[in-house]
Design a protein around this ligand. Structure first.
Ligand code: HEC
Ligand code: CU
Length: 195
């Protein structure tokens, strides 16, 4: 089964991995310097790349083709894992979203599904099926948000929901400022437990 993540590429060490590079609108260049050379992403013309990580570790990458206001904040993290760790990661990603258990997270799920979030984002196993934004089914398992730029913690999630346009001007997520403080805390509790 295929899994979807965002800006965090996991790969098993010692195995060649084929990457298909596509872009929806403008040119980018995919580059994780420790693993491979730059490869352009060209609209309407998929490119292919084969990489293999020799050692477990985390490798930082960066878009290498000027692509607009947020070019400098367009990063990627490659996580090379032992085959066992990789399989465990994959198995977890295959699961639908975990059911919220705390009161805050349960309330947060409701705010999420009632709000505009679900028009753009998917959380597999719920009504949220938007496809224009990162899949959030396992957002809680990722280290960073917003193209590997801000730490995935309570403070940045709250700031992102209310002020995405300040954290990342021209990002395609609007500032959502109408939530109460309590609703925001509930939303964040919900997102954090989507492991
Ligand atoms: C109009 C579409 C839209 C709506 C509505 C929207 N988002 Fe987003 N969201 C996006 C886009 C696009 C991104 C990716 C932005 C980027 O990194 O440049 C994003 C990114 C995110 C991220 C970071 C994901 C990652 O892996 O980097 C989180 C968390 C998030 N949104 C939560 C929410 C929540 C919670 C709501 C509702 C309160 C919401 N979004 C509403 C479009 C939307
Ligand atoms: Cu770029």
């Amino acid at each position: 089964m295929q899994v979807t993540t965002a800006n965090e590429l996991h790969l098993p060490v010692g195995k060649p991995v084929n990457i298909r590079l596509e872009t929806r609108d403008i040119m980018h260049s995919f580059w994780v310097p420790a693993l491979h050379g730059k490869v352009d992403l060209i609209p309407g013309q998929p490119n292919f790349l084969r990489i293999e990580a020799a050692e477990p570790g985390e490798y930082q990458g960066q878009c290498a083709e000027y692509c607009g206001a947020e070019h400098a904040r367009m990063r990627i993290l490659a996580v090379a894992q032992t085959p066992d760790e990789y399989e465990a990661w994959l198995e977890a990603q295959r699961q639908p979203a975990s059911e919220p258990t705390t009161d805050a997270a349960k309330a947060g799920e409701k705010v999420f599904l009632d709000g505009p979030c679900s028009m753009c984002h998917t959380v597999r196993g719920t009504q949220a099926g938007g496809t224009v934004a990162p899949d959030l089914t396992h957002i809680g398992s990722r280290q960073m948000i917003a193209a590997n730029y801000y730490k995935n913690n309570d403070a940045y999630l709250e700031a992102w929901i209310t002020h995405a346009q300040s954290l990342k001007p021209q990002a395609e997520m609007p500032d959502l400022t109408h939530f109460t403080g309590e609703e925001l805390a509930e939303l964040v509790a919900y997102l954090r437990q989507l492991q």
